[in-house]
Design a binder for this molecule. Structure first.
Ligand SMILES: [Zn+2]
Length: 97
């Protein structure tokens, strides 16, 4: 099996970045005086989107640890290396995603 150390550190730094962006969005939302400002502050980056990205990155890291990285979570097929290179947090093949 190929060494996934660099993928793991890439994913770890991506996770850190996403968490900082979520914290920043949450902070803006807390400091906004009006509900519509909070809404606007929370959504430019799409906090829901960021949280979904965090879950994918965390899942990909778990797959590296349990040895299933590169295999589709749904059908078990190998995820093509090009797909993993483009989006290292891919946990499903193109057909299942
Ligand atoms: Zn699949």
């Amino acid at each position: 099996m190929r060494n996934l150390g660099s993928t793991e550190s890439l994913l770890a730094s991506r996770l850190e970045d996403l968490q900082l962006r979520i914290a920043a969005a949450d902070g803006k939302a807390l400091n906004a005086e009006r509900a519509d400002e909070a809404e606007a502050a929370a959504h430019p980056d799409g906090v829901h989107h960021l949280r979904a990205a965090v879950r994918r990155v965390e899942r990909a890291l778990a797959k590296i640890r349990d040895g299933s990285y590169g295999r589709c979570d749904d059908c078990g097929a190998a995820i093509p290396p090009e797909r993993l290179a483009a989006t290292p947090e891919s946990v499903r093949c193109a057909d299942c995603d």
